[in-house]
Design a protein around this ligand. Sequence first.
Ligand code: SAM
Length: 434
Amino acid sequence: MATNEELLRSFYSASGRGDPGAASQVFADGVPPVSLRPLPENVRPEAREFVAAPGERVVVLGDYRVGGEAVPFVHTWRFAGGKAVDVADVHDSARLQALAAGDDDGGLREMATGFMSAQVLHAAVETGVFTALRHGPLDGERLRRRLGLHQRGARDFFDVLAALGLLERRDGLYANTPLTTAHLSDTEADSYLGGLLEFIGSHWYWSWGKLADALRTGRSQSYGGVFPYDAIQADPELAERFQRAMFAASTALRAAIAGGFEWERVGTVADIGCADGSLLARLLSAHPHLRGIGFDLPAGAPGFHRTVARHALEDRTRFVAGDFRAAPLPRADALLFAHILIDWDDDSRHMLLAKAYQALPEGGTILIVDTLVEGTRGAESAAGLLVSLHMLVDQRGGPSYSAEECFGWLGKAGFRDCRVRPLSGFDRLVTAVK
Ligand SMILES: C[S@@+](CC[C@H](N)C(=O)[O-])C[C@H]1O[C@@H](n2cnc3c(N)ncnc32)[C@H](O)[C@@H]1O
């Protein structure tokens, strides 16, 4: 008698050549193959792997083939007395249908309308949906009133947030998901990402709307043509919002930086462009022997001092207000440049690395954190390439660079022993020694 696997091999072979009569021989009499819906003419199942499972079951991994495209499936078959009595079929049915109907756009429409989902998220942060649900679920009408929204869009808005997995909807009540509870409901939490999303949803969204203009002219379309940091300096409210965004943007880096380097070799570290000082505070809290200097433009001072006070680090930390385009860098055993070089053009990068070399003692270390691109500039560099375009359209900085390019600049400035290692997310840590 044929084994279950052999029966299935005949089934897939018959289905593949379009012979439903022969294929149906696998089923027990009186068991119509209802759970395997009839396939459109142009779809052929192709088995890749047969895995025997307990209880006379066989799991088959394979692909539905439509022309040159493949939609993976998992078929779980159950046998009794040498015939199939049941089969469960799991696959992306929407994609298979679209392919079979010749209506597949390869995700183009989804990519083109991705901004709609993004704006739903930004609007939810801006209107306070996740913070309103912080203390528990609310029904739609209460939530609408609490946020001051018009009736026309509120229900669609809450339901699409649920459909996108950003809210849970149960028994007519809306609640945060574990994700939005962790990152968007508590503005005081260390893991709160709302400050960054607010900045992206307003500033970045606006400037990216001008991408084609930036590509034509090669110029940033933001901040009225002045350097972004000059505009931020001139506007204390904007400086506060920028610091909140940087605090959220460095959440993963904060978690990684303390264990990402051999800090026991360092006495004093200066964080160049320290923003609100939260990175330095995390570092000093994790390494009680360390002393820290925060260096940034003067508008950064109030936020920095608040952070230092919150972590009770006043006796080990000081803030140095300065403009690194004009002033020397503070002296320290290690200088940290987190998300700084990416903001500037190559000439400024050379200038900063030369100043870092002057500020460090013999044997001192420079640490550079940025989202890098690979030399091949392939799919693995997508994040770095998008950052590079962001620097063009929004910041007047960039372009993104590879570790090898950075090693070249460091060598030119006099550094030796250049290394790169992964740090967190897309960030890499480049280190070099004077
Ligand atoms: C992209 S943020 C990075 C903040 C922080 N290091 C981080 O990784 O989250 C750049 C920082 O550089 C500071 N900065 C910009 N231009 C500067 C200048 N000319 N002198 C000193 N700091 C500057 C900004 O104020 C800002 O805090």
